[in-house]
Structures are given as structure tokens and as C-alpha cells.
Design a binder for this molecule. Structure first.
Ligand code: UD1
Length: 367
């Protein structure tokens, strides 16, 4: 009988990485797959919409963990995934990205001797105040197969003493999903639905603790978006964490659905891609969107002081602007004036990374 591997997802950015790997493993056919959803994200708009939109079947197992403080959420995932492993043990666990579900499941697996493959290994922001950076470091320290998306990952892992035999540069699986979905996303013409012209608006996404948890920072940024929106209308699908933070700080009145900044509920992958592909400029603190805008050649103001994806700054369209209004204002004006670097193609961001992941996993399992 073929061995079975667990593919683990918990939070929104995992789903577009899991989808192509699932497809490639199925196409190969030499390993079986069990989809495990931890339940880190649970709102239908952050889950079902992505599963159905990306053609991912219903998870085989749902751990239903929900939200909580960092430690409690990670512990709950660890405990529930360990119980699953003890009941029904796969040949390996494949984890994605840098969310709490990634590190918790990697740790549960490795402690029970279940080998772990990490897709998107080796990325480092060198900022240990970010929960994701801790998740990346710990996951890579216990993973047995480290699948890397950009060359900086190879250098980081080598510096940390990870043996070269465990590491493969496979490229970016999220770009596989983008390539597969772009045609249908363009057909959606989301901007028409919002009565906006292609290149006649900017897209905003923001949810990082460093931008939303401090009411003063959040208020300053939301007011800045309203100001920038009078030069170029902005569209802002609001992450639940950001909405919750705004409500707690009494700032929800800044999240209106009309005027210069149109705020809305979270949207599907395809809707977001449709908006992103026709935007004049994107403002974001997301990791994945820096990569997607680089691939699409859209100027991206990354509202962070560092990035674990340096290739998007060195060869792509991302520029780090922090959360200082002056810097953001200046970069926004440059983007509107067309003074922005052109993206260069990134090696192995070619729509076929998941095939290389599947080949590496099959070879690693010795099937
Ligand atoms: C998580 C990831 C982050 C990723 C982001 C993408 C970690 C440490 N962070 O951040 O890397 O970029 O997902 O979305 O894993 N909430 C809901 N409904 C949901 C999920 C969350 O309302 O379905 C709200 C709750 O108020 C919750 C808060 O968002 O407390 C934070 O959720 P959590 O899963 O802890 O982290 P994210 O901020 O979503």
C-alpha cells in the first residue's frame, strides 16, 4: 500500500500553498494524502471560500482549535495533532509557511518520530518580535526535508548549520496557484463591480500586530489611507484581526464602505487576485502579497521594516516603508508618478514548484 502523508493547513495563507502540492501529489499517485485543518482560522470567509475556490476537498480531519493567545493556540494545536498522530500515524507530515499551525504540527510530529517536510523553509526576517519568525526558526530546526522558495533561504539554512542534503530549492508554490488562477481572476473584473477603472485604484491589506495592535499606530495608518485615497481611491478588504483591533480602539468609524477608502469583509483568493492584478499600487504588510505583486509587476509598498522575502525587494517590486506616514506618503507619490523599479523574473517562480515539491517528497520517502 502507498504511504500517506499529512498536508497541514490552519490559516488563510496556507491554503494557496497546499492546493498545488495536493494536486501534484495526486497527479504523481505514489503517495496518499490526508488533509488536516487545524482550525486556526475558522470564519467561513477565511476558510470555506478558499477551499471551494481553490478546489481543495473538505479536510479529512478538523482539529477545531480556534483563536487564542500565541502560546495557548500553539499548545492546543500541538495537543490535538499529537492525539491524531497517536491514533493514525502517517508516513510524514508536510507543513507550510510560518503560522502557528506550522510549528505546532511540526513539533508534534517530530516528537513521535514522524518525519517533517517544510514548504517555504529558510525564510528569515531576523526580527524575533514577529511570531512568524519564531515559527520559522523552530520549524526548520526540526524539519527533515526543507523545501526553499528563494535563494536567501539556502544561505540562511546553511548559516544555521542545516545539512545541505536536507535542503532543496524548489521555488514558490504560491506562484503556482497564481499562475493557475490568473486568467479566471482577470475575467472576474472585480474593479468593474466596484465602478473603478483598471489602474485607477490602490489595494490595501493590513493585519500584522506591529500595525494594528497599537491603537495609535492603527489610527495613524487608517487616517493616512483616507488621505491617500483622495489622490487614488483605495480598496481595503479588512482582516478580522484588524477589524477587532479597530473596534477595541473605537476606530471602526474609519472603516467605512464608501468614500476614498472602501472597506469590505475578507474576499476570496480569486477576487483578491483580480483586484491586485489591475491595481495601480498595493499597500500591504502581508508576506505573500510581496511575492504576488513582484510576479505581477505591481508596485508594492510593504508596511514593515524588514522582510523574510528579500528577493522581492532586491529583484521585485516591493519597497519597505515601515509604518511612518511620511515614508508611506513619499513612496505612494513615487508609485503614482511611475517612478518604481521593474520586476525581474525570479528563478523557479514558474508555476511548477509544486511538481518539484512532490518529486522531492516522493524521493525522500523512498517510494
Ligand atoms: C495568522 C498568522 C499570520 C498570517 C495571518 C494571515 C500566526 C502567528 N499568524 O495571523 O502569519 O499572516 O494568519 O491571515 O500564525 N480571527 C477571526 N476569525 C478567524 C481567524 C482569526 O476573527 O477565522 C481574529 C480573532 O480575533 C483572532 C485574531 O483574528 O484572535 C488573530 O488570529 P490568529 O489566527 O491568531 O492570527 P492572524 O492575525 O490571523
Amino acid at each position: 500500500m502507498n504511504p500517506t502523508v499529512d498536508l497541514i493547513a490552519g490559516a488563510r495563507p496556507n491554503f494557496m500553498k497546499l492546493a498545488p502540492v495536493l494536486g501534484a501529489l495526486r497527479a504523481d499517485g505514489r503517495v496518499g494524502v490526508r488533509i488536516v485543518h487545524t482550525g486556526q482560522h475558522y470564519d467561513p470567509g477565511m476558510n470555506e471560500v478558499f477551499f471551494s475556490g481553490l478546489g481543495i476537498p473538505k479536510p479529512d480531519v478538523h482539529l477545531d482549535v480556534g483563536s487564542g493567545p500565541q502560546g495557548a493556540q500553539t499548545a492546543r494545536i500541538l495537543e490535538r495533532y499529537e492525539a491524531l498522530l497517536m491514533e493514525d500515524r502517517p508516513a510524514a507530515a508536510v507543513v507550510f509557511g510560518d503560522v502557528n499551525s506550522t510549528v505546532a504540527c511540526a513539533l508534534a510530529a517530530v516528537k513521535l518520530g514522524v518525519p517533517v517536510a517544510h514548504v517555504e523553509a529558510g525564510l528569515r526576517s531576523f526580527d524575533r518580535t514577529m511570531p512568524e519568525e519564531i515559527n520559522r526558526l523552530l520549524t526548520d530546526a526540526v524539519a527533515d526535508l526543507l523545501l526553499v522558495s528563494e535563494p536567501s533561504g539556502l544561505a540562511n539554512l546553511r548559516r544555521e548549520g542545516v545539512a545541505d542534503e536536507k535542503v532543496r530549492l524548489v521555488g514558490n508554490v504560491m506562484i503556482d496557484t497564481l499562475v493557475a488562477e490568473l486568467g479566471r481572476a482577470r475575467e472576474l473584473r472585480m474593479c468593474d463591480n466596484l465602478s473603478l477603472a483598471p489602474r485607477g485604484y490602490g489595494l490595501v491589506t493590513m493585519h500584522r500586530p506591529s500595525n494594528v495592535d497599537d491603537p495609535e499606530v492603527l489610527g495613524r495608518l487608517l487616517r493616512l489611507f483616507l488621505e491617500l485615497g483622495s489622490d487614488l481611491p483605495l480598496v481595503f478588504p479588512v482582516h478580522p484581526r484588524t477589524r477587532a483591533a479597530a473596534e477595541k480602539a473605537g476606530l471602526q468609524w474609519l472603516l467605512g464602505d464608501g468614500g476614498p477608502m472602501r472597506c469590505m469583509q475578507p474576499i476570496s483568493y480569486r477576487e483578491n487576485l483580480s483586484l491586485m492584478a489591475s491595481a495601480r499600487v498595493v499597500l500591504t504588510d502581508s508576506g505573500g502579497i510581496q511575492e504576488e505583486t513582484t510576479f505581477l509587476g505591481i508596485p508594492c509598498l510593504t508596511m514593515r521594516d524588514n522582510t523574510e522575502r528579500p528577493i522581492t525587494v532586491e529583484r521585485g517590486t516591493s519597497r519597505l516603508v515601515g509604518h511612518d506616514p511620511e515614508r508611506i506618503r513619499a513612496a505612494f507619490a513615487e508609485a503614482l508618478a511611475g517612478r518604481w523599479r521593474e520586476a525581474e523574473p525570479i528563478p523557479l517562480w514558474d508555476g511548477h514548484a509544486a511538481e518539484r515539491v512532490a518529486a522531492a517528497v516522493v524521493e525522500w520517502l523512498g517510494v
